[in-house]
Ligand binder design. Structure first.
Ligand SMILES: C/C(=C\Cc1cc(O)c2ccccc2c1O)CCC[C@H](C)CCC[C@H](C)CCCC(C)C
Ligand SMILES: C[S@@+](CC[C@H](N)C(=O)[O-])C[C@H]1O[C@@H](n2cnc3c(N)ncnc32)[C@H](O)[C@@H]1O
Length: 248
């Protein structure tokens, strides 16, 4: 009997089907990730990240966690919030992203940045005791994990009572115009720019990952299901981005 071999375009999602493939993708994009974020968002991602960090309510002396920290943008912002007496853990499963985060820490050489520790680990199996952190951030991470429910359960487990997690990501909008703008940007700006670096497949993945993501209402529901007492999703960046703020 003849075996049907699907075309590579049908099989595109296999690029990121399992954890190892996702890790490999983030290792590959690590050298250009920061520059592309600045370029593609016209620097706006820095504003969205500041908003996400301020919504955690992190304060001087706190012990905080940045899950899926990548090259460390949110960790550096958290470091400023918690100061020299606080502690920031930036956790990610990509060695190459962590190595960039660590080089940035050396380069920026701000005294209090010594309060940041980079940790290679899995968001689905956080290596911390229950109720360990005063605040948690996750930037563009939840959409990329293979099991979103488990990731939320883990965040809930390691967060102290009354503390807050702030989860920034693309917004899977209910508004067809907003979705169309995001998809148009990815097809006509993001992927063509990324292809100049030989990373078109990696950025094409962005579009399918947003389509398969949860809407704001679904994210709020997920947070409540895993046990958070309050959950609000805020649309930001003209509705292109969103931030889920949930209180344990
Ligand atoms: C912050 C950006 C990308 C993060 C990012 C997240 C991922 O999950 C990835 C997965 C795989 C590869 C790469 C990434 C990744 O880079 C940049 C986002 C850019 C937006 C697509 C476009 C933003 C458009 C506008 C300039 C914003 C206008 C806002 C205005 C207030 C209306
Ligand atoms: C799009 S980047 C976001 C990086 C950073 N938080 C930011 O806002 O720029 C997503 C990050 O999630 C990490 N990641 C994805 N799944 C993960 C998992 N299961 N455990 C740990 N890190 C993960 C990737 O390695 C990557 O660095």
């Amino acid at each position: 009997m003849a075996t049907l071999v699907p075309s590579s375009s049908i099989f595109r999602p296999t690029l990121v089907r399992c954890t190892n493939e996702r890790r490999a993708l983030f290792n590959r994009i690590a050298p250009v990730y920061d520059n592309l974020n600045d370029l593609l968002s016209l620097g706006q991602h820095r504003i969205w990240k500041r908003m996400a960090v301020s919504w955690t309510g992190a304060k001087l002396g706190d012990r905080v966690l940045d899950v899926c920290c990548g090259s460390g943008d949110l960790s550096f912002l958290l470091s400023d919030k918690v100061g020299c007496d606080g502690k920031v853990i930036g956790l990610d499963f990509s060695k190459d992203q962590l190595s960039i985060a660590s080089s940035r820490q050396q380069l920026l050489s701000k005294k209090c940045f010594t309060n940041i520790e980079w940790l290679e680990g899995d968001a689905l199996d956080l290596p911390f005791m229950d109720g360990w952190f005063d605040a948690i951030t996750m930037g563009y991470g939840l959409r990329n994990v293979v099991d979103k429910h488990k990731a939320m359960q883990e965040i809930f487990r390691v967060l102290k009572a009354d503390s807050t997690v702030s989860i920034l990501d693309f917004n899977k909008s209910n508004e067809s115009l907003t979705s169309a703008i995001t998809e148009w940007m990815i097809d006509n700006v993001v992927v063509p720019v990324a292809s100049g670096y030989g990373l078109s497949e990696e950025y094409i993945y962005l579009k399918s990952s947003i389509r398969e993501f949860l809407t704001g209402k679904e994210l709020e529901k997920l947070a409540l299901e895993v046990g958070f007492s309050d959950a609000r999703h805020y649309e930001i960046g003209g509705g292109i981005m969103g931030c889920l703020v949930a209180k344990r």
